[in-house]
Each structure stands twice: as C-alpha cells, then as structure tokens.
Design a protein around this ligand. Structure first.
Ligand code: ATP
Ligand code: MG
Length: 178
C-alpha cells in the first residue's frame, strides 16, 4: 500500500484544485522554490492521516482555509488516493480514496465518496498499519537526528512498536525537511 496521488483544494496556499502526478511506490521527491507550498503539501497529508489537525478551533480553520486578497475560501479538502493492491486497507479495491473536507462549521471524511465517521477512519487506518497518534511514517525535520541519537532502549521500543503484534509496518516514509 502506498500513497498514489494527493488532490488538494482550498487548503492553505492551494486555492485551485491541484492533483499530483501519480507517485512511484519507491522514492518521490517534492521540490519547489521557497514559499511554493512544499511544507503545506506535507501538512495536507498529515491533515488526513495524523492527529495533528484534530479538534479544530475556528482560528485553526482560519489558518487552514486558503485566504488570498482578503478573501477566504469557504471550504477545503484533501484527498489521498492509496494504491491498495495488497489490500492492507480492508476494502476490496485496488484503489481507495480517503478525503477530509473542512469548512467553517463542518469537518467530514469520505471513503470512496461515501461519508464515514472519524472513528471509522481511525479504525481503518489502524488496521492498515497507520498509527495516527505516533505517525512514525512521517519523519519530520530533525527527527532523523533524534533517531540516530536515541538510546538503544528507545530505538528498540520504536522497533517493537513498528513490528508489533498488530499489522504494523512502515507503510511509507514521508520525510520532509523544511
Ligand atoms: P520553504 O522552502 O521556504 O520551506 P515551502 O515550499 O515549504 O517553503 P510553505 O511553507 O509550504 O512553503 O508555503 C508557505 C506559503 O503558504 C506562504 O507564502 C504562506 O503565506 C502560504 N500560506 C499558508 N497558509 C495559507 C493560507 N491559509 N492561505 C493562503 N496562503 C497560505
Ligand atoms: Mg517548507
């Protein structure tokens, strides 16, 4: 299972809808000038997959909804298209689309276009091997250094968590240096 494509609209610096090209299951590189939206792109992925943007207050929504020339968009969404040919996500489909939309009032998730609850999303991600609260598959700037500087016992704990008795494995390492 890997992230095949990301579609963003109205989120942070992405006003118009943008869809990435299809990613490789191996290594992908996101490049761009300063301020062009690289970090926002990785925020968009975490917006759907991690706990980072939970329980949004109105000022959080304000920073997430695109604002340009004094005008703020009314809603935003980020959709992640997974290649699910290995059926890690327990849905019998080769491709699965998970979308989160927000507006000033609503915060909703959709799986292949059908509305699902946040709890269902969490269960789905958990069974696919994503840990939402400790997303080791997103390695932020500075984390590489801390991984190498960890005590052996801490590194062992991390490996235990990754290789634990659930179906946890490193799914896709999304590293960003911003
Ligand atoms: P760098 O190479 O400097 O790290 P970057 O490619 O990571 O740059 P980002 O941090 O993703 O760039 O993008 C920063 C831009 O996003 C800034 O110009 C900021 O004003 C803009 N931005 C952030 N939030 C919003 C928003 N809600 N509406 C409009 N623009 C936004
Ligand atoms: Mg950046």
């Amino acid at each position: 299972m890997y992230i095949k494509q990301v579609i963003i609209e109205g989120f942070k610096s992405y006003r118009e809808q943008v869809a990435t090209e299809t990613f490789s299951p191996k290594v992908n590189c996101v490049v761009g000038a300063n301020g062009s939206g690289k970090s926002n792109f990785f925020h968009a992925i975490r917006f759907v997959l991690s706990d980072l943007f939970q329980n949004l207050r109105s000022e959080d929504r304000h920073t997430l909804l695109h604002e340009g020339a004094g005008h703020q968009v009314l809603s935003a969404f980020v959709e992640i298209v997974f290649d699910n040919s290995d059926n890690r996500i327990p849905v019998d489909k080769e491709e699965v689309r998970l979308r989160r939309t927000i507006s000033s009032k609503k915060d909703e998730y959709f799986l292949d276009g059908k509305h699902i609850t946040k709890t269902e999303v969490m269960n789905l991600l958990e069974s696919a091997g994503f840990s939402r609260s400790n997303p080791y598959y997103v390695v932020q700037q500075g984390k590489i250094a801390s991984l190498t500087l960890m005590k052996d016992s801490e590194r062992l704990d991390l490996l235990k968590e990754i290789g634990g008795n659930k179906r946890k494995q490193i799914v896709q390492v999304v590293q960003y240096l911003d």
